[in-house]
Design a protein around this ligand. Structure first.
Ligand SMILES: C[S@@+](CC[C@H](N)C(=O)[O-])C[C@H]1O[C@@H](n2cnc3c(N)ncnc32)[C@H](O)[C@@H]1O
Length: 227
């Protein structure tokens, strides 16, 4: 939660100064406030092999947020509003519709099958290549993306489909430019960047995932070398 509050607020997003016409593409997962009790869908719930994921996502939140036990955090929009306050221009909200979402064993609300993606710019005029990706009809790309799950050969629990990273890179950069992913995980952004002829800088906190990303990127480099 710290990344909502200065001085810790999304340091990477605000500290790295992008190219003046560069963009920031942000995906943040949501979760539920758990300020007491241990319900079926709370921190102690066991749902197939997703227990750890649920523990991480359902969390105690600062009292100042005024949230009640089991309130949906609304975290993606809170972060988006915080970045607007920091001077970023919020240009689009895209709904990522998951073809095969993580199962949730809940009976008192619909299961979640979407995530949010935001497009930010630093300046009113920025690079956006609308013709790089269009609807099958030729119309401008719409703001809901239906993407399937993907086995990327790693054990990272929250890896994106490559297609998600591919779309952001195609729309937001030109060949030869550099993309930065400060939460690189298994290196999906690096794989997509390599395939699209962009350079990538990847930052990842967990050394285990750094190793995964290394191996995956080596495979991607070999694939693109032999094209
Ligand atoms: C949702 S995952 C990203 C998954 C990635 N898009 C992929 O496809 O594999 C977020 C990653 O951010 C990493 N992370 C969390 N806090 C971080 C920090 N302060 N600096 C760098 N990486 C961080 C986590 O270890 C995790 O691997």
């Amino acid at each position: 939660m710290d990344y909502l509050h200065p001085p810790g607020r999304l340091r990477t997003a605000t500290d790295f100064q992008p190219h003046p016409d560069g963009t920031l593409w942000l995906n943040v997962g949501d979760g539920y406030a758990r300020n007491g009790g241990v319900g079926r869908c709370g921190p102690n719930a066991r749902v197939a092999n997703t227990r750890k994921m649920i523990q991480r996502r359902n969390c105690r939140v600062p009292r100042c947020w005024g949230l009640k036990d089991r309130d949906l955090l609304g975290l993606p929009w809170r972060v988006a509003f915080a970045l607007q306050e920091d001077g970023w221009i919020l240009r689009a909200h895209i709904t990522w519709i998951k073809k095969a979402p993580m199962p949730e064993n809940v009976r008192n609300r619909p299961s979640r099958a979407t995530e949010d993606l935001f497009l930010f710019a630093k300046h009113p005029k920025y690079f956006y290549n609308a013709s790089a990706l269009r609807e099958p009809s030729g119309a401008n790309l719409k703001n809901y993306w239906i993407l399937g799950p993907e086995n990327n050969g790693t054990v990272h629990p929250a890896a994106f489909p490559v297609e998600l990273a591919r779309r952001c890179i195609l729309l937001g950069s030109a060949p030869g430019q550099i993309v930065l992913d400060p939460f690189a995980g298994s290196g999906t952004t690096g794989v997509a960047a390599r395939e699209l002829g962009r350079k990538a800088w990847l930052i990842e906190l967990n050394p285990k995932y750094v190793q995964l990303a290394h191996k995956r990127l080596e495979r991607a480099c070999q694939r693109t070398l032999w094209r």
